[in-house]
Design a binder for this molecule. Structure first.
Ligand SMILES: [Zn+2]
Length: 353
């Protein structure tokens, strides 16, 4: 897998390894011969993020440029990277059966048919879907910008067909047309620009390949306004405080979930109103998942909401065909799981994007 990587910055194939102590790091390095940048391989995972790499033997102008890049990256991605790294390293919420069902519902891909295919998990988080696709004998490349890649590695350690790379979806270290299937479940809306992140994935799809994405839906104006209000506070709080808050409100989510699943329609309608005023408290039946989902809602720097029409338009504008709205086909997937905007599309044989 490492042989197939390319430099995410200058796009030339990575040639040659240097090992041992590069600068103060005790790890192997992947060195781009063209732009003299060394990417560390820590715990067996290549960390292919330009702004985190080491510039070696660079002229002064390039060094200043690298510094500017690093400052921009810090401003744009740092909180996203740390919140998801902490989330997935802290919470152990992988549940194979539910994850398989969720994967098939949210991608429209049948796990039994993925065997032998090259599949990209674009934003693998803790690796729950990389695990189910890897278990289905797909050749999976799981990518995430955060340290959650280490959780994915732990989860998929028995699967030799899962390669794990820490990278930014906006500049992936792969050649064009590398993958038969690409999926991104609940990830792109956490980047600075959902549409750009989606468009950045298309070149990596082989002609005839398929891509599926799942995003948060746009709500009614009151719920959207309240959500923005609460998140404007919570996204500034320390992660430990949000974790404590998520645990404190967890029993309320459990109660609400139980009422929704019961026949008490009147009480359910009243509790539904609380979702408009205090959005983001998970109703998932599993307590661990509930705390993780609430943390996941309140912490990330970016959280964009989209409509079906908007996302269908993105799929059309990049030339995809066979576009299907999966949320229309499947509706609610299982108890505690929220609704989403969910599309799949196919890259025709003759398309250059
Ligand atoms: Zn390079």
């Amino acid at each position: 897998m490492f042989d197939e990587l390319i430099c995410p910055d200058c796009r030339t194939p990575i040639a040659g390894w240097t090992s041992g102590n590069a600068a103060d790091r005790d790890c192997e390095m992947l060195r781009c011969v063209r732009c003299c940048v060394s990417y560390p391989v820590i715990k067996g995972i290549p960390r292919m993020i330009r702004e985190m790499a080491e510039q070696t033997s660079a002229p002064r102008a390039a060094a200043a440029d690298a510094e500017n890049h690093a400052a921009d990256f810090h401003k744009t991605w740092h909180r996203t990277q740390t919140s998801f790294g902490r989330q997935w390293l802290r919470y152990d919420v992988q549940t194979t059966d539910e994850d398989k069902q969720t994967f098939e519902n949210k991608t429209g891909f049948c796990l039994n048919r993925l065997s032998g295919m090259k599949v990209l998990d674009a934003g693998c988080g803790g690796g729950r879907y990389a695990f189910v696709t890897g278990s289905a004998s797909a050749n999976v490349t799981a990518v995430d910008i955060s340290l959650a890649v280490e959780k994915t590695q732990e989860l998929c350690r028995s699967l030799k067909n899962v390669a794990i790379i820490q990278a930014n979806l906006m500049s992936l270290p792969f050649s064009k047309a590398s993958f038969d299937r690409i999926y991104s479940i609940g990830v792109l809306h956490h980047t600075p620009d959902t549409r750009k992140a989606f468009e950045a994935l298309i070149p990596y799809l082989k002609p005839g390949g398929e891509i599926s994405i799942w995003l948060y839906p746009k709500w009614d104006p009151l719920r959207e306004t309240m959500n923005r209000f609460w998140r404007s506070i919570t996204t500034r709080l320390p992660h430990a405080a949000i974790h404590t808050f998520s645990r404190l409100v967890s029993p309320f989510g459990a109660l609400r979930g139980r009422v929704y699943r019961s026949k008490q329609r009147m009480l359910a309608r009243i509790l539904w109103q609380t979702e408009k005023i205090f959005p983001g408290i998970s109703n998932h039946p599993d307590p661990r998942q509930r705390v993780c989902d609430t943390f996941d809602w309140l912490t990330p720097q970016y959280q964009w909401h989209h409509t079906d029409a908007e996302v269908r338009d993105w799929f059309r504008s990049v030339g995809l065909t066979d576009i299907r709205n999966l949320s229309e086909e499947y509706g609610q997937f299982h108890p505690g799981q929220g609704e989403g905007v969910c599309f799949t599309g196919k890259k025709p044989a003759a398309i250059d994007c």
